[in-house]
Design a protein. Structure first.
Length: 181
């Protein structure tokens, strides 16, 4: 446009219907539908290799602990591959999701270790721990990224998916990290 305005903002407008909804309504738009069918059979992962995760996902942290981002990345990619959706998700989104989850867990570990209060650097008074706000921020970021990933799965399956997801396992990962396991 000549006036410098780009039109509607990204993500505005009516959301795409899930494939299962289109099938239930006899495909009102009469577009060709791509059907992915979830089965209980073993996953066939030979058709596509996992894109190599970036090295920063496995970086050693300042406290000497391993970052869990690589594990989250691999588990999430495997879950997507089992549902034949891995090729639909850009690796950068998976990397961002994995990093957000691992940073959230890292903040929660710090809250457990240092508590909910901190000492103000100049006055010495008690202040809320900055780890609490960071944890909330990383949790929100991880949830938003997961919703993007899951929306792709939802839009590309013929039946509604029910079952465990890698995102459901976040708290278990946090608890096992706290136990040192």
């Amino acid at each position: 446009m000549a006036n410098g305005q780009g039109g509607a903002r990204i993500g505005a407008g009516r959301k795409k219907k899930a494939l299962a909804d289109n099938i239930a309504e006899s495909n009102p738009g009469k577009r060709k539908l791509t059907v992915l069918d979830f089965t209980d059979s073993a996953a066939d992962l030979e058709g596509q290799k996992m894109p190599p995760p970036k090295a920063f996902l496995a970086a050693k942290q300042k406290n000497g602990k391993d970052l869990l981002a690589m594990q989250v990345y691999e588990e999430t990619w495997r879950w997507l591959a089992e549902r034949d959706c891995a090729q639909l998700i850009p690796p950068q989104i998976l990397e961002q999701y994995a990093m957000a989850i691992s940073r959230w867990i890292q903040c929660e570990e710090c809250i457990t270790e240092y508590g909910f209060l901190a000492k103000h650097p100049t006055t010495g008074n008690a202040i809320p721990s900055p780890y609490v706000a960071m944890s909330q921020s990383f949790s929100k970021q991880a949830n938003n990224l997961w919703y993007q990933i899951y929306q792709v799965v939802r839009e590309n399956c013929a039946v509604e998916y029910k079952g465990a997801t890698p995102h459901d396992d976040m708290m278990e990962r946090l608890l096992s990290a706290r136990r040192g396991g």
